[in-house]
Design a protein around this ligand. Structure first.
Ligand SMILES: Nc1ncnc2c1ncn2[C@@H]1O[C@H](COP(=O)(O)OP(=O)(O)OP(=O)(O)O)[C@@H](O)[C@H]1O
Ligand SMILES: [Mg+2]
Length: 515
């Protein structure tokens, strides 16, 4: 798919590579949860060591211990021949451990060069930022990594992927010897992912050790020299990347058989007359431009396109989160155009966002409160049956495999993927007619993905409307009945069932085909 030759993989270690990191018996507990139990792990220079496991398996906790954000209960960290019981964040950075999270934190108004060297002591004798030397160093560093960006470009002009790459360059600029990436491709499109994976290989070829966390197993198989599986805080196994038995690895992660790609069973036609949703001329100036399409009840309508094509903006408009300049929403011929989210909810819409922390959850409240809130807000009548509510919440927590010691746990303490599942659970339990999903399985492990796909299929087979924005190609191609492609704020084409393929979606997304 990408033009990269097979041999571009970084060279197989010939000589003995320097051992950078050796972790023994790492254990970390939280009240009611053993996040890490007796974990061993090591990393050599020039190696990409991937860490995989279900939501809540302990991956981020592991990274937090290594980067000094958390102190372990037990265990030792051996870094460059010195042994530590725990690290402070300062120590970790001084030792050359650099961590890049999902979204890089950059200053939009500054240039690439300034962002890379922000916080370094790269000042002139008079105390000013030395612009020309900063730009020169930034350019040299990027050239050494095969990146052609102009260091004088302002960061706000970059795409998400480009920012992510600048974030990685920034991490490397601080003499990183161990680079840690926790789900860095979550918000990237597939071609951007390829770019990033290529960069990782180049970095590893510079004798940096990389720890890479991702739920996209395809990426892990592509880039990993070794792959370690965590389950319930324990290390299950460590595989050689090239020879790994993929099915075995998935079984080790999930604890049962799960396929790499979910196949949607053919939908049973609903007994009731399907109610249609008509999106008519939805417009918000500069963002979304005259979008019209129809979705039949029982149908899953996928929306594809590059990051920044206006897909998230469209579903936000449909839900009444932003103000539209034009547009009507008709359900079964009735005008239900919402102008506020509350209005939207009352008309049977729900929006399951990609951005769970900002819009989907009240972090300091319990799992139960978060799951129940939308349901109870809609239920008429002053009484609610608390015991029944407990049962309903527990059921969905089990079904979606939400890992939490109890439904009374505060959501802030759950792992990233489990927070996402709480958002899903919340809306799955409402009686909404129209479901808008924005990247529904971002950050979700492979076993739970299947459960979510099953729930979405069952919503559709009950005659409801499902609209799903997704950058996950297998998800888009295997779940959608039709796929609308957005580019530059417009819906440039709608692919019918027989026309849906990864190639078709990609070429329309980037504008290689005009219709
Ligand atoms: N501050 C905390 N307080 C209580 N429990 C916590 C805290 N941080 C993490 N946990 C728990 O520790 C376990 C491991 O969480 P961690 O974030 O490491 O998982 P993860 O493998 O990164 O999952 P994901 O794929 O969802 O990001 C989870 O059960 C989580 O709920
Ligand atoms: Mg995590």
């Amino acid at each position: 798919m990408s033009g990269r030759p097979r041999g571009a993989r970084h060279p197989v270690p010939q000589k003995e590579h320097v051992k950078l990191l050796e972790i023994r018996g790492l254990t970390k507990t939280f009240p009611g949860v053993v996040a890490l139990e007796n974990v061993d792990f090591d990393l050599s220079a020039g190696e990409i060591h991937c860490l995989v496991g279900e939501n809540g398996a302990g991956k981020s906790t592991f990274i937090k211990v290594l980067s000094g954000a958390l102190a372990p209960d037990r265990g030792t960290l051996r870094l460059f021949d010195a042994e530590y019981q725990s690290l402070t964040p300062r120590q970790a950075i001084d030792l050359g451990v650099q961590t890049v999270y999902q979204e890089s934190i950059l200053v939009g108004t500054l240039t690439i060069g300034e962002n890379i060297y922000l916080g370094h002591e790269n000042l002139t004798r008079t105390g000013f930022f030395d612009v020309s030397s900063t730009m020169r160093r930034a350019r040299e560093l990027m050239v050494s990594l095969g990146i052609g960006f102009n260091p004088r470009t302002v960061v706000s002009e970059l795409s998400t992927a480009e920012r992510q790459i600048v974030g990685i360059v920034k991490a490397l600029s601080k003499d990183a010897r161990i680079l840690v990436l926790d789900e860095p491709t979550a918000s990237l499109s597939s071609s951007e992912k390829e770019m990033l994976l290529g960069l990782l290989r180049t970095i590893a070829a510079h004798e940096v050790g990389i720890i890479y966390i991702s739920h996209h197993l395809e990426e892990v198989f592509e880039v990993g020299d070794r792959i370690t599986v965590l389950k319930d805080g324990r290390r299950v196994s460590t595989h050689e990347g090239k020879t790994v038995d993929r099915e075995l690895l998935i079984r080790e992660m999930v604890g049962r058989d799960a396929s790499l790609f979910y196949r949607r069973e053919p939908a049973e036609p609903s007994a009731n007359r399907p109610k249609n949703l008509r999106v008519e001329n939805y417009t918000r100036k500069g963002v979304v431009d005259g979008i019209t399409f129809e979705v039949a009840g029982g149908e899953i309508f996928g929306i594809g396109g590059m990051v920044g094509a206006g897909r998230t903006e469209l579903v936000r408009l449909l839900f009444g989160l932003d103000t539209r300049d034009a547009g009507r929403l008709l359900y079964d011929g009735r005008d239900i155009t919402p102008s506020t989210p509350l209005h939207a909810i009352r008309h049977g819409l729900c929006l399951i966002t990609e951005d769970r922390q900002k819009t989907g959850l009240i972090l300091v409240r319990s799992v139960k409160e978060n799951v129940s809130i939308a349901r109870l807000a809609l239920k008429a009548g002053p009484f609610m049956n608390l015991r029944e509510e407990d049962g309903v919440v527990s059921d969905i927590v089990r079904q979606l495999r939400i890992m939490t010691p109890s439904i009374r746990q505060e959501v802030v303490n759950l792992s990233g993927g489990n927070q996402q599942k709480v958002v899903l659970a919340k809306w799955m339990l409402t009686d909404a007619d129209i479901f808008l999903f924005d990247e529904p399985t971002r950050g979700i492990d492979i076993g739970s993905k299947e459960e979510i796909y099953r729930l979405m299929t069952s919503l559709a087979s009950q005659g409801r409307i499902v609209i799903m924005v997704s950058s996950d190609m297998p998800e888009l191609t295997s779940m959608s009945d039709r796929v609308g492609i957005m580019r530059g704020g417009r819906m440039v084409c709608i692919l019918e069932r027989g026309e849906i393929s990864e190639e078709a979606i990609l070429s329309h997304s980037i504008g290689a085909i005009q219709r």
